[in-house]
Ligand binder design. Structure first.
Ligand SMILES: [Zn+2]
Length: 250
């Protein structure tokens, strides 16, 4: 029951469109005394960060089962609702954008960014990742991670950089702008999949994790601008323990 409650309370935070953890629970940081290595002792609510056995992110290295995971994305543009609490840049979505995985439908709540990527591939990060957070009607969470590599400029990322000067920790509608999440999708949606957790306190478990195999591009100057806005906001990788990790067939 306790675990279920913590997941639901996290969804409430997400659904409210506020940034991860803002205004809720004990303060935490990525580095220093309140940094990720101490999250489990900052607050008793954050115990899973230290003792959980199904934590995220992970390194996609080692024993992996190859299988095709069927996922489907049905997203649509939404008026740009954006926040930056100094830990992440986040965009909230209206109802109606869905993600289907394992026959279950999840509604898109928000996307936020990390620089560099939290998940690693043989110990190597990508320079940036977008985490699309979805919830089912039953309150289960599914995240789709989209990796970024250096390349052509991405117009949707540019909207966030341009709007960042008028945005703070509280979500605001940026006048006259829509955000199209489809512009952040690779053509081929082969995904890695495993069961994990939120990567920020309270590190709630039961999150259906998907990370797309194919990266999308953003211009190096755009990635630098996002680093400028958020700093290093990647939690270190966690033990896989006995979890099943599924990768797309080669
Ligand atoms: Zn994230």
């Amino acid at each position: 029951m306790i675990k279920r409650f913590s997941i639901i309370s996290s969804i409430a935070i997400l659904a409210a469109g506020s940034a991860y953890g803002a205004g809720e629970g004990a303060g935490w940081e990525y580095d220093g005394e309140l940094g990720s290595h101490n999250w489990g002792v900052i607050s008793e609510d954050y115990g899973l960060c230290e003792h959980g056995q199904m934590q995220s992110p992970i390194d996609f290295d080692g024993p992996i089962t190859a299988a095709e995971i069927r996922v489907a994305v049905d997203w649509s543009p939404s008026p740009l609702l954006m926040s930056n609490n100094g830990k992440t840049v986040q965009v909230g979505f209206e109802q109606g954008s869905n993600f289907v995985s394992g026959g279950e439908t999840f509604n898109l709540l928000q996307v936020h960014f990390h620089t560099p990527s939290e998940h690693l591939f043989s110990n190597e990060p990508f320079p940036m990742v977008a985490h699309f957070v979805h919830a089912s009607a039953q309150g289960k969470l599914a995240v789709l991670g989209i990796l970024f590599e250096e390349g052509a400029a991405n117009p949707e990322i540019q909207k966030l950089i341009d709007a960042s000067t008028e945005v703070g920790a509280d979500p605001v509608h940026v006048e006259g702008l829509d955000f199209d999440p489809r512009a952040l999708l690779p053509n081929d949606l082969g995904v890695y999949r495993y069961m994990g957790s939120l990567t920020t306190p309270p590190c709630s478990e039961g999150v259906n994790w998907h990370v797309a195999q194919d990266a999308v591009a953003a211009h190096p100057s755009q990635i630098s601008a996002m680093i400028e806005l958020m700093g290093n906001n990647a939690r270190p990788v966690q033990s896989i323990n006995s979890r099943l990790i599924v990768a797309p067939p080669k």
